[in-house]
Design a protein around this ligand. Sequence first.
Ligand code: SF4
Ligand code: SF4
Length: 416
Amino acid sequence: MSMQLSHTVKRLGRRYEDAEIEVPVPEQLASVPGIPQRSADVSFFSREHPLESQSIDMSADRQWAWAAQPDDLIEFRDDQEERMESLYEAAHVSADVAPTGTPVPGEDLTEDVRRLARKMGFGEVGFTRYDRRYTFAGAKRWAKFESAICLAVEQDYRQTQTAPSIEADQARFETYEIQMKMCFELADYLRYRGYRAQLHDGADNSGPYIPLFVAAGLGQLGANGQLLSPHFGSRARLMLVTTNAPLTYDEPQDYGIHKFCQECQVCVSRCPGRALMRDKVWWRGVEKNKLVYERCRPIMVTYHGCAVCMKVCPVQRYGMKPVMSHYVETGEVLGKGTENLEGYSMGEKGYFGRGELPSFERDLFDIPKGREEDWLFQQFKERLASGGVPDEAALVEFASEVKKALDKGETTFDIA
Ligand code: SF4
Ligand code: SF4
């Protein structure tokens, strides 16, 4: 059995020196380039209900999360955060750094930047308009430029297959660290050519980056909520450099992933938190599978970043071309139903083969919710409802905690 092809998508090789690849897309899986969307709805939600960063909108669980991480990871993260602090600060003010060169009238830097970025080791490089509809409310004044260079670095293959584990989680943070240094180098190149550049890092994002990567043709959104890129699926870490340099934008592509995920569903059935949804819904103007944050977050924090949904994804594991070619030939999802793809170990809970999922105590999911200040009010209301009227000292303490929470929210992206 071999399916009728709708089209193929050509991509540059995985490494700079590698040959181009072609991903076959059968008629059954063809939908639209990028992702189905209603542009007017995306604009409406951006205007009326702008997105906000998780570090603000979900700030109540931040302190809990830091303390609830496994001890071995806390030590690693403390060291890394210390190293990264100066890089975060430099990224924050990067738009203000003056160019060192002089622009040449009429030039287009697209292919020079693509070649350099790929030589540096970025696995995916693409160009698109910086679509401000996806910028977090708190970062709107901070983000300066109209063009986005989308830059993905592949996370270590072997370490990722051990997820959930400290090794896999360290691979995540180490990749971001390497990537950030590479982005600084690329920004310096843009300045040398006479233009400005701003780094949007992976730690405190200025918005969701996946829509921009999809618009730049670097993959499509998977049911696991991650970008499925052609060479390494979701085993990618994403950052942006935005710039005023003259660039030609890439086009979104249809790799067949939008429909393929509905056939595959491996991440949905293997998610230990039961946080991934089988069916797609229209959400803020795009059609996608929604993730339930409250089901995912406690598992991620407690079990080394979890990432089972990344580990069990065939596109991550085998690459998009082998997966799509196999589907075209057999109508089957490569690796689905095998221990090799679907099995995973989850800390002290042990090994879970296909069809088996761990269970958790209900109180694991009982974590602080929403914004920190709202959570403080919620707890205060519960205290009042249970009878006791707090004394003056307790009221003053409550007010000062709320004030602290509000101040924290205001300091994110406060550099205009
Ligand atoms: S990180 Fe884990 S809990 Fe969260 S969606 Fe993925 S598999 Fe599920
Ligand atoms: S595991 Fe399957 S359903 Fe989930 S993102 Fe990967 S391809 Fe899509």
